[in-house]
Design a protein around this ligand. Structure first.
Ligand code: M6R
Length: 605
């Protein structure tokens, strides 16, 4: 729709809880709208409910926004629209309906100012009242931003009006603003990611690096409460004091192809296949750093592991690694629960957080709770320069490369490899740990062959029409049962649940009926026979058993052979479950890269 449309009925405004991707461009290229749309397509994993772009055309604000996926945008519609700057947005919404009008960019009533926003403006109601509710066309909190800028713009310059507006906002935001007549962009952040890409006389403002990776690898990270004015150069300032800030230009070691699908149908499959190399990169860490971290853990009094979703299950696996390898008890809590443990925290405690994106709001909250008690925070992230990395006392980069599919795969195995490596360093066996994990990577390389994939696809075919699927594992494979369930749930919408194998008889076994697919994760370890016995119990109730194990057993209806890698078994056992989830999704006609209701980076609590 064009900026002029005002026909949709007004409803009560709602807080718009969004995780979205934002992107802005300014520079010599005249195809800014196309460039911004292509960049947003690379951020589609951040949200795919609606999208929109804005620029100035013939002295007027041009806005085009619609519901649907940015990947479906028709670039031909923008070919003849020449402009040297543009802003755009791809939205993921949980509150505030998915409508054209609620899509971003939002603009002022006089259609001079447009804004894209990622976050929540908590005091939007107050600002709406102040401006006059009748002036608003959308149901979103975001619309207060351009309206307030326009109000201040009557009394002061554009930059000053943006600064004044930002000072009034409460909540979390990353915004990019543009104004008709003044050909520059202003961006600001508090609590939501925003990165400045610095090219040859051109600049990019984006929620994540893949949006502009084909143009530049040089970036400036914007920190909370900072603003940047981008025209012929970049000018950074502190929002509170208005003082200029000098920023370090950082070169990112990522290739544009790493953010592309290449020959694969989906990012999820590509990322599963990349695990043969990503694990090797994860363990290629500086020895002194790993030894230092191992010592930090040993010196701590109360060490906690925390993360969300898949990263949380990785932390649980870490709990087992630290216990089994380093004889050290580490406490795991999902980040959304971690602040509850604040009574146990003291300055000598250590919090280790694990996050692929480095932007997860629940993790940041856990870190805040720990810091309030004076604890040190170590982060294990895949996004260097992310908020979590920058807000920790010490950060390790897993180097898994860009992970775009919503379902986390290669990041998870890299995180596990690194936790295991640290555990071995704690007992002076770092070199042995490295050797074992390098061997695991090589075994994964052998395992991921076309025959293996075809076999897993056949197994997926047999279970794809079942509405329930259960996964069991014991010891270090228990967290993998939980993780396998997340994978299957999120991409195939099959009701999958993971259990500690020994817990079945305490309740869950009542769920099993004739033919229910049950996946049993088994390693050649001391709990193997227990897990086999629990699998036999499932079989006796009619379950169809898919055994993931180095050795065949008569209880299995389908056997997925994995290499025997000892204590590292979670790293190999999880891979067939990732592939099963992927193929069930595809066979059910779904898009595994963009599961419903989810976004890659969860930047709200
Ligand atoms: O970026 P993070 O690792 O902090 O994300 C945490 C979770 O949101 C994430 O692992 C989520 O559970 C994945 N979609 C699972 O595949």
């Amino acid at each position: 729709m064009r900026a002029t449309a005002k026909h949709e009925p007004q409803c009560e405004p709602q807080l718009e809880i969004i995780m979205c991707g934002i992107f802005g461009y300014i520079g010599p290229k005249e195809n800014s709208l196309e460039l911004v749309i292509k960049g947003l397509q690379k951020l589609e994993y951040r949200g795919y409910d609606s999208w929109g772009v804005a620029t100035e055309l013939d002295g007027e604000l041009f806005v085009d926004k619609k519901i649907g996926k940015i990947s479906e945008a028709n670039l031909d519609d923008f070919k003849d629209k020449k402009c040297n700057f543009a802003i755009g947005h791809t939205r993921w919404a949980t509150h505030g309906g998915v409508t054209d009008t609620n899509a971003h960019p939002h603009f002022s009533s006089d259609k001079t100012i447009a804004v894209v926003h990622n976050g929540i403006i908590e005091n939007y109601e107050e600002i709406r009242e102040m401006i006059g509710k009748e002036n608003f066309v959308s149901d979103t909190d975001t619309e207060v931003i351009p309206q307030l800028i326009a109000k201040y713009r009557k009394e002061m310059g554009f930059k000053e009006a943006v600064l004044e507006t930002i000072k009034k906002l409460k909540g979390r935001y990353a915004i990019v603003v543009t104004n008709v007549g003044e050909n520059y962009l202003i961006a600001a952040r508090r609590g939501s990611p925003l990165i400045v890409g610095v090219g040859e006389n051109e600049y990019f403002l984006a929620s994540d690096i893949p949006a502009f990776l084909e143009y530049t690898q040089n970036v400036n990270y914007l920190d909370d409460d900072e603003m940047v004015i981008v025209d012929g150069g970049v000018e950074f300032m502190n929002i509170t004091t208005g003082e200029p800030i000098k920023k370090r230009l950082v070169n990112i070691d990522l290739k544009a192809e790493s953010a592309e699908k290449g020959d694969y149908d989906h990012f999820m499959l590509k990322e599963i296949m990349e695990q043969k190399e990503s694990i090797l990169r994860a363990i290629n860490q500086d020895t002194d750093e790993i030894m230092h971290i191992a010592q930090m853990i040993k010196n701590s009094r109360g060490c906690f592991l925390s993360g969300c979703g898949t990263a949380g299950k990785v932390c649980m696996a870490g709990e087992y690694f630290f216990s089994l390898i380093a004889n050290r008890h580490v406490n795991f809590a999902p980040s959304s629960e971690f602040p509850v443990y604040h009574h146990f925290l003291r300055p000598e405690s250590l919090l280790i957080v694990v996050s692929q994106s480095g932007e997860t709001a629940d993790v940041l909250e856990a870190m805040e709770a720990a810091k309030k008690k004076g604890c040190k925070v170590l982060s294990i992230v895949n996004s260097e320069g992310s908020t979590i990395a920058r807000q920790s006392d010490f950060s390790l980069h897993i180097k898994a490369g860009v992970e775009k599919a919503v379902a986390s795969t290669k990041a998870a195995t890299s995180q596990m490899a690194l936790l295991m490596l640290i555990a071995t360093a704690m007992v002076g066996e770092l070199q042995e740990g490295r050797r074992l994990l390098a061997e695991v990577a090589s075994q994964i390389n052998d395992m991921l062959n076309p025959r293996f994939l075809t076999y897993i696809k056949d197994v997926a075919e047999r279970i794809k029409d079942h509405e329930n699927c259960y996964i069991i594992g014991k010891a270090e494979n228990y967290p993998m049962a939980l993780e396998a369930a997340i994978k299957i749930q999120e991409v195939s919408y099959v009701h999958a649940e993971g259990f500690a194998a020994g817990e079945l008889k305490h309740g869950p076994i009542a769920l099993v009926t004739e033919g229910t697919p049950c996946i049993s994760l088994i390693a050649n370890d001391e709990v193997k026979s227990d897990t086999i016995n629990n699998t036999i119990e499932l079989k006796a109730r009619g379950a169809h058993i898919i055994g993931i194990s180095p050795e065949k057993h008569e209880v299995f209806d389908d056997w997925i052979k994995v290499p025997d890698v000892g204590i590292a078994s979670p790293l190999v056992n999880i891979i067939p479950t990732q592939l099963l989830a992927y193929y069930i999704s595809v066979l059910r006609g779904l898009d595994p890269d963009m599961p419903r209701n989810l976004a890659k980076s969860v930047t709200v609590k």
